[in-house]
Design a protein around this ligand. Structure first.
Ligand SMILES: [Ca+2]
Ligand SMILES: [Ca+2]
Length: 159
């Protein structure tokens, strides 16, 4: 396996944020943190889908000293430390377990990594990660791939 991934994601982190100064449209920033760009267009279409339906814009979260918004998930050389408007999602389509025939197939993993602590009653996500198995995506049509990405993306919305 060329790209080793740690499927044991780090625990969810929270950052105190401002609730004021929000005026604009909801933005999702995507970063391909892997090496395979074959599904980039599917991620963009899923992102556009959610940006259209999520109404509540949030204030930017400024860069925090010493913090990697991906919390090491994609390696220390790929740390993200910059201002976030409104959500940052790092993704990778890579080798996980292929498509084993014993029924234990892993499709991927998606979860929030940092959330805003000051927004009540929910804690909207600052950053999240999505990792998918290339073997599984390669076995599907692009419509199904996009639906799976969109479904997992919304799980990143609120921590
Ligand atoms: Ca915003
Ligand atoms: Ca798999």
């Amino acid at each position: 396996m060329m790209n080793k991934i740690n499927l044991n994601a780090p625990p969810l982190q929270g950052i105190r944020t401002s609730d004021t100064g929000s005026k604009g449209k909801f933005q999702i920033t995507l970063r391909n943190m892997g090496t395979d760009g074959a599904y980039d267009a599917s991620f963009v279409r899923a992102k556009n889908r959610w940006e259209k339906v999520i109404m509540n814009d949030l204030p930017d979260v400024p860069a925090q000293r010493g913090i990697d918004w991906f919390n090491g998930v994609f390696g220390t050389g790929k740390a993200a430390n910059y201002s976030i408007d409104d959500v940052l999602i790092g993704y990778s389509v890579t080798e996980i377990d292929g498509m084993p025939s014993n029924g234990s197939n892993i499709l991927g993993q998606a979860m929030p990594l940092y959330v805003r602590l000051n927004s009540k009653p929910v804690s909207p996500t600052i950053s999240g990660m999505m990792i998918f198995d290339k073997a599984d995506f390669d076995s599907m049509n692009f419509v199904d791939v996009e639906l799976i990405i969109a479904h997992e993306m919304v799980r990143n919305k609120d921590g």
